[in-house]
Design a protein around this ligand. Structure first.
Ligand code: FE2
Length: 394
């Protein structure tokens, strides 16, 4: 992340900064104490001010412990819209490093939201609109990743069409992979995306009107409800390295080799004990003898989850838009019988998918049980038609 600024700022930090004689309230929002990245914001009103502390609602995950440890296929395509961007988060799986939810909101929320205990990575499968945030307006469109650092008060405003998002929450930080950055933090010439592909807030809107507002803050595994007697988006200026941004998956430049390259070439983000990869439409491996599908692999310490976004899954019966394959740790996985022969000579794939690999096991939710398609575990049986087949991705 690079330095960015919007709005008015005093020449020096921690100095008097006034409007019509009134001091602005300076807030340093930083990580790792005072050692990590930070931004400095100037508010009209102290961000500590609340009119009323309302109820605290624990976020309760209902776990599904399957009877058998097998590969799984979750079909999310048919879920019905529910709730709003805050209440409509339906958790699919989680561990101590990551929580993955799907959201198909019925409506916007008038209330604001702030994640006080984690960063969020929101993949926009369907929809467009704006995030109104304390750092300014973040326009988003289909197939954007929206990265929202903890501490960012925001709310969604929709463009009106259908919205469907995958949300990853981590108590760690969502970052670009270390190996893509030089020692100063700049993305390397060899990285599969550049700083130009990263889109910070475009416009700072300072709300001065007197109003009431509701804010839900995620803390301590629940949502704390506050009522405010002012508008929380009251920032007149900010600068620093911490702010929300978008990165569109189609700006990821896929890597292709003479022979098959492993999934790390698709890595887009890193977090504590997990990675996020983007499988984008691309040319396939070009050696005449190349096998353009992944080899069977036993990545024994990783769990691999792939969410299929769009593209031609024609050679993969059963995998559809919104499918999630779950390949848990400790088991080998690879293409189903017949698929390798079928793929030989293929030069291109149009598929679009998002993968999260975790180094610690994921726990599945009761909601995931409702989406589970149990025949997937048997789709590698020789001599029987494969009900489901793997993609060219992971
Ligand atoms: Fe894999």
């Amino acid at each position: 992340m690079r330095y960015h600024r919007l709005g008015q700022l005093p020449r020096k930090r921690h100095t008097q900064f006034r409007e019509n004689g009134r001091l602005f309230v300076e807030e340093v929002m930083g990580l790792e104490g005072f050692s990590g990245n930070e931004s400095i914001l100037y508010h009209l009103t102290s961000p500590c001010r609340i009119a009323e502390a309302g109820e605290f609602e624990p976020i309760q995950h209902r776990e599904w412990v399957p009877d058998a440890h097998v590969h799984r296929h979750l079909i999310t395509g048919g879920i019905a819209p529910e709730g709003d961007p805050i209440t409509g988060r339906r958790c699919l799986m989680w561990n101590n490093d990551l929580e993955v939810s799907i959201v198909e909101p019925e409506s916007e929320s008038e209330a604001f939201y702030r994640n006080g205990e984690g960063d969020e990575l929101i993949f926009v499968h369907e929809g467009s609109g704006e995030l109104e945030t304390i750092f300014g307006t973040v326009p988003y469109r289909q197939h954007d990743y929206i990265v929202v650092p903890r501490g960012t008060t925001y709310r969604f405003r929709f463009d009106g069409e259908e919205q469907l998002w995958l949300i990853l929450h981590t108590p760690g930080e969502i970052e670009s992979p270390n190996r893509y950055r030089n020692r100063y933090g700049q993305l390397l010439e060899s990285a599969p995306f550049s700083h130009r592909d990263v889109h910070p807030p475009t416009e700072l809107v300072t709300h001065r009107e007197s109003t009431e507002a509701e804010v839900f803050v995620r803390v301590r595994g629940g949502l704390q409800h506050y009522r405010l007697d002012y508008h929380p988006l009251d920032v007149v200026g900010w600068d620093g390295y911490v702010y929300p941004y978008t990165f569109n998956i189609h700006d990821f430049e896929p890597r292709t080799g003479r022979i098959h390259l492993p999934p790390p070439v698709h890595q887009t983000f890193q977090g504590p004990n997990f990675v996020v990869c983007s499988f984008c439409p691309r040319e396939l491996d070009y050696d005449p003898e190349a096998v353009p599908l992944p080899y069977h692999h036993s990545n024994l310490q990783s769990e691999e989850m792939i969410y299929y976004v769009s593209g031609d899954f024609g050679s993969r019966k059963g995998i559809e838009v919104g499918s999630i394959t779950v390949h848990p740790s400790g088991l080998p996985h690879g293409p189903q019988p017949g698929l390798v022969e079928k793929a030989l000579g293929a030069r291109r794939t149009e598929e679009l998918a998002v993968m999260w690999d975790t180094f610690n096991p994921m726990r599945l939710s009761e909601f995931a049980r409702e989406l589970d398609e149990p025949s997937y575990a048997y789709s590698w049986r020789e001599g029987t038609p494969s009900p489901v087949a793997e993609s060219t991705t992971g």
